[in-house]
Design a protein around this ligand. Sequence first.
Ligand code: UD1
Ligand code: CA
Length: 458
Amino acid sequence: MNRCTVLVLAAGQGTRMRSRLPKVLHPLAGRPLLWHILQAVRGLRPERIVVVTGFQAEAVEQSLAAPDLHWVRQYERKGTGHAVQCALPMLQGLTGELLILNGDHPLITTPILEKLLHHHREQGVALTVLSTLLDNPSGYGRVVRNAQGEILRIVEHKDATAEERALREVNSGFYCVSLDRLPAWVGALGNQNAQNEYYLPDILPMAIASGGASALRFEDAQALSGVNDRAQLAQLERVYRDRRIVHWMNQGVSFVDPDSCWVAADVVIGMDTVIEPHVILGPGTAVGEGCAIGPYCHIQESVIGADCRILPFSHLDGAEIEADCDIGPYARLRPGSRLARKVKVGNFCEIKKSTIGAGSKVNHLSYIGDAQVGSGVNVGAGTITCNYDGVHKHRTVIGDHVFVGSDVQFVAPVQVGTGATIGAGTTVTKDVPADSLAISRSHQTHVMGWSEKRKPRS
Ligand code: UD1
Ligand code: CA
């Protein structure tokens, strides 16, 4: 089959969002609305993808920058028809079909776009509009048909009569059009309407008059829903979340209480992993097979190896952990935490920009920052790397099989040789030789009878 071309309209501000952020950059499942549409579009392997930007164009182009995208600017927002006019130079020389998509319908999928394209080709028309039936069609353009059920035109909500507003069939904002006809049609658009805009749907009567038009009525209205305000965005967030979690369950992932979890669009989860209630898996997260993610964990931008156990209330951001690790409860892994196999990080421990070697344990109440910890190391309760002198950050390097007693401070920069032992309560300020004992406590003395003297006479 010939490849089609795709044009996405994303120049609008999205006034009804009441936001400084352009609508198409508002996130759904942690990724911009426009990202979702581009994912569906890429599945078609189109000849070319052209995106029209306008409101905060630089921000939109930057956040979605990719080599397969061609950007066009619409400097003034004069409507969807005008946006298409602005894109015409980018479409010159291309033939066949053009899919035109509104940039604010994030649940669209590749199969739906394929259906639209197939239908268009089957019908042999010059324009096909994707429509759907809505219980509450308010705000959408209505599809007007004649008594025989043939489509006549699309009337925008603001221009519609009361009778037309009662129509439930709406324009979903997806079109398939023959590229050779489009320039003449959009060139002939006027703006005599309630919004003084050049409406793209107004090409419909022109297509009916020359070349023929059809409407494909699609049954899954939810998949075609648009986002115009934040309430609709929240609704779609829920729909998308449910669909995504069902997808992962079908891949062999268990969700004990799916309704309480949230999973970003780009998350990957391995088979036989169990996700307990109230877990948030944010963008950039990959969880391996056979993991257990306990209640109330929040994980983002992190990679978790197979068979790890993340106990309740742990927070992972920018962490990479290999297989078979035990994290939490109440652990915090900050960006740059790299844990090798079988590492344990227990309750109330914070790790930042540090590597921890295989089988090492940081089990209780510790801060490990800017450190390199070898393998088989035991870090005692309350150990702190003093990595910051108020101006610069310094590194702590701890060799393999070091035993660190409780309540130790490493005043960085400092190095500890392989196999050394650090006595409890030690403040390490100098490098520690391998296999030695470092201890910096003062000797304990006893003042006899001290308590008796201190007690008030009763
Ligand atoms: C549009 C349709 C309406 C349809 C609805 C489906 C028109 C005139 N109306 O209405 O029939 O039911 O979508 O959601 O097309 N945009 C630009 N440049 C502009 C104006 C808009 O690029 O000058 C982009 C927006 O960024 C957005 C898309 O086009 O992604 C649709 O614009 P929007 O203002 O949301 O149109 P609706 O009023 O929803
Ligand atoms: Ca819209």
